[in-house]
Design a protein around this ligand. Structure first.
Ligand code: 5GP
Length: 239
């Protein structure tokens, strides 16, 4: 594709939606793929804005017709990224962000090896449990059984972190937003540099101190460079 394909995954309750919303308000030319789902809308969610809410029957028809780049069952509901999301972004030469779970991310990586993957970690199980309880309470459906199931699922998902290029720990929101925006900026610079190198043999130079700062922040989030920061988080989840 002409643009960059970003994948972001995180266990439920990691604060990913807030992060993604802030990123979208800070970053131009980044399209957000609206997934199809069979789950019911929550709160103020609107069909066609957060998701395309659809019946299981329609979803299965789309899957059978190979209309999904990837799809997965998450907490008993189907979620999928339509191929047309990618085709539309490609036609417009835009970067595209997919907010998908670890199963979907694995499928996309296979189909699109150049995709840039980012995993968002909650800082520890206690904070995750508090966020999950607060969210359930706000939705008027606090069930300790569901919270425990989501915590167990989170642990499983976090076990997949090594498959992602970048890792963020969402402990301080502003910092996580800065890191996410830096990753997007650094990948764009690298992508543009590659394109320039392909046409003129020129080597990438950072055009501004802002770009070099983004490269530095993003580099700290590379999974390979984040070991020290991740160790206590992984330990807290028993990993
Ligand atoms: P929620 O129901 O809380 O909005 O999302 C539940 C989970 O489904 C999240 O981890 C979210 O990333 C994931 N998800 C949302 N859309 C898709 C999709 O199109 N494909 C896959 N595989 N997962 C998705």
């Amino acid at each position: 594709m002409a643009g960059i394909l970003f994948i972001i995954s995180a266990p439920s309750g990691s604060g990913k939606s807030t992060l993604v919303n802030q990123l979208r308000s800070l970053t131009s030319d980044l399209e957000f793929s609206i997934s199809y789902t069979t789950r019911a809308p929550r709160g103020s969610e609107q069909d066609g804005r957060e998701y395309h809410f659809t019946s299981r029957e329609k979803f299965q028809q789309m899957a059978a017709a190979n209309e999904f780049l990837e799809w997965a069952e998450v907490f008993g509901n189907y979620y999928g990224t339509a191929c047309h999301s990618l085709d539309d972004a490609e036609a417009r030469g835009k970067d595209l962000l997919l907010d998908i779970d670890v199963q979907g991310a694995a499928q996309v990586r296979k189909a699109k090896p150049d995709a840039v993957s980012i995993f968002v970690m909650p800082p520890n199980p206690d904070i995750l449990a508090t966020r999950l309880r607060n969210r359930s309470r706000a939705e008027g459906s606090l069930s300790e059984e569901i919270i425990q199931r989501r915590l167990a699922q989170a642990r499983k998902e976090i076990g997949n972190y090594e498959k992602y290029k970048y890792i963020l720990v969402n402990d301080v929101l502003d910092r996580a937003v800065e890191e996410l925006a830096a990753i997007v900026a650094a990948e764009r610079t690298a992508h543009a540099g590659q394109a320039a190198e392909n046409t003129s043999g020129r080597i990438t130079e950072y055009a501004s101190s802002e770009a070099s700062r983004a490269a530095e922040v993003a580099s700290r989030c590379l999974q390979l460079n984040a070991t020290e920061r991740l160790r206590p988080v992984l330990l807290s989840f028993g990993l």
